[in-house]
Design a protein around this ligand. Structure first.
Ligand code: SF4
Length: 240
């Protein structure tokens, strides 16, 4: 029986902006470069068929191709890219709270990374952040009450409940400004340790340029642990 070249899964990163336009970036972890590259490069490099960039998997024939580890035994030897979600929904800082809420609810996801113009994560909005908002009516004026984290730019804003005009409230106003990301070369053990130390459930995964290529959740780690111990948790499902 003949086997074709090993297949590399394509990672898809979608970005929604304030005009509700969505753009997608498709990358693959290249064994020759040992980091993620745009799929268009596979059509040019000679180790894959022309048109490979249009598919969900790349048939990479490079001799340095290493098969992914299928049944790893220890978390510190398994790359986080093995368990992260490769289809990532993200948003720009100008997206409205309403659009963000719809994005989380419609896609059954627990958080949305906020990215800058170069698709580098600059913050995170979680369901928890949105639940902390209480929409009220004050006469004809719609207002929003938010538990807002103090940021360096909010020199005179104390942590606690503050009142903002709804129309002016966008992702940037409620996101947790963060620098917590994982390299695509990090391990599952590294991801678990960072979640435990920082008390977070989701961590964006970035390539060597700092661009978002995936996201790993505590549920991804739990499912991997269960599968590695012989249990069969369902794929996908709702995130915390
Ligand atoms: S086809 Fe070429 S660019 Fe694409 S993953 Fe393989 S070696 Fe890298």
């Amino acid at each position: 029986m003949s086997h074709g070249p090993p297949k590399l899964p394509v990672q898809v990163t979608e970005v929604v902006n304030g005009r509700s336009d969505a753009t997608a970036r498709r990358t693959v972890r290249c064994p020759a470069n040992d980091h993620s590259v745009p799929v268009e490069r596979c059509d040019l490099c000679g180790w894959a068929e022309q048109g490979s960039s249009q598919r969900d998997e790349i048939d990479c024939g490079h001799p340095e191709m290493r098969m992914p580890v299928s049944q790893p035994s220890v978390a510190d030897r398994v790359g986080v890219e093995e368990i992260m979600s490769r289809r990532v929904l993200s948003a720009t800082p100008d997206v409205s709270i309403e659009a963000l809420t719809s994005l989380l609810l419609d896609n059954h996801i627990g958080c949305v990374p906020i990215v800058d113009a170069k698709q580098r994560p600059i913050g995170m909005v979680t369901k928890h952040d949105l639940v902390q908002f209480h929409f009220t009516k004050d006469g004809n004026e719609e207002v929003i009450l938010a538990h807002r984290r103090q940021r360096s730019s909010d020199d005179d804003l104390e942590p606690g409940l503050h009142r903002f005009q709804l129309a002016a409230t966008v992702a940037e106003d409620v996101m947790l400004p963060l620098a917590i990301t994982l390299s695509e070369r990090a391990t599952v053990a590294h991801a678990a340790a960072l979640m435990a130390i920082e008390g977070i459930h989701h961590i964006p995964v970035v390539d060597l340029q700092g661009k978002l290529i995936g996201i790993v959740s505590s549920m991804d780690v739990a499912r991997w642990l269960a599968r590695n111990d012989g249990y069969l948790p369902p794929e996908g499902g709702r995130e915390p």
